[in-house]
Design a protein around this ligand. Structure first.
Ligand SMILES: Nc1ncnc2c1ncn2[C@@H]1O[C@H](COP(=O)(O)OP(=O)(O)OP(=O)(O)O)[C@@H](O)[C@H]1O
Ligand SMILES: [Mg+2]
Length: 247
């Protein structure tokens, strides 16, 4: 997709090729990926395990460097770590594993860290953290110890840590993975009310359909568009009845 200098897209990727190399073995993951994210666009992104979805997010945010192709932010090519730092201040990346996102003893410190990094004063960062937690229905979490949170609570706090930066765009890597239905519904509600442009990775098609307007899939190292309707199977148990089974 062409996203030259008009700055219509927030970021774009052009012909991205990426492979991992270990002990002389090359694993080609991305093989000519073009992508652009427009303001207020909500892309649902799915693909098989190991197809390269997380790798793509890491390329966008400069955590790894593609062997070929370029990443642009508002039309400008990102070349240096300083460039990618500025991109990461505006494009929030909610990591697949919340443990990788949270590294302070308390929730308040974790959520205030991003705003502090953006240059807010400690008081303003604290206020921003309180406000973000409140907006996510996480009042009272401020003084909880991060390492004692449940897996689902960590997921919600890592979303708060990113939203506290008021990002222009969001990259969400399996945000509902491991959440119970109530927490999953809470994330759906938050995302449905959030105009922020985003790409959401998930294997949960029902979730993706509720929070996205366009869809992409990744297969054999390339992106493909796909229709927003999914057929799916599900397993359930009848109230008085049989073993859980699938239709
Ligand atoms: N640091 C690494 N070194 C070598 N290979 C890696 C590395 N990280 C990922 N890979 C490989 O690259 C491929 C793509 O991994 P990636 O994590 O991007 O997949 P994914 O689509 O996010 O999968 P999932 O749905 O399971 O999260 C996988 O085969 C994985 O084993
Ligand atoms: Mg992944």
């Amino acid at each position: 997709m062409d996203c030259n200098t008009e700055i219509t897209c927030i970021f774009s990727l052009e012909n991205i090729h990426f492979h991992y190399e270990r002990d002389g073995n090359i694993r080609k993951v991305l093989q000519g990926v073009d992508l652009a994210l427009l303001p207020e666009q909500h892309i649902g992104f799915y693909g098989p395990n190991g197809s390269g979805k997380t790798t793509l997010f890491r390329c966008i945010t400069g955590l790894i460097t593609p062997q070929q192709g370029c990443v642009r932010f508002h039309g400008r090519e990102m070349r240096t770590e300083k460039d990618f730092h500025s991109l990461r201040c505006a494009v929030g990346f909610v990591l697949q594993h919340a443990e990788d996102q949270l590294f302070f003893p308390s929730v308040l410190e974790d959520v205030a860290f991003g705003p502090l990094n953006l240059g807010l004063s400690p008081e303003a960062a604290r206020e921003r953290a309180y406000e973000t937690l409140r907006n996510l229905g996480l009042d009272g979490f401020e003084n909880r110890l991060t390492h004692r949170l449940s897996g689902g609570e960590k997921k919600l706090v890592s979303l708060a840590a990113v939203l506290a930066m008021r990002p222009e765009a969001l990259l969400l890597d399996e945000p509902t993975n491991g959440l119970d239905n109530e927490a999953r519904e809470r994330i759906i509600d938050i995302l449905q009310k959030l105009p922020t442009a985003r790409i959401t990775i998930s294997h949960d098609w029902d979730f993706l359909a509720r929070v996205s307007t366009t869809y992409l899939t990744l297969a054999h190292g390339r992106l493909d568009g796909c229709a927003p309707s999914f057929s799916h199977t599900h397993a359930h148990a009848h109230p008085l009845g049989d073993e859980p089974h699938a239709h």
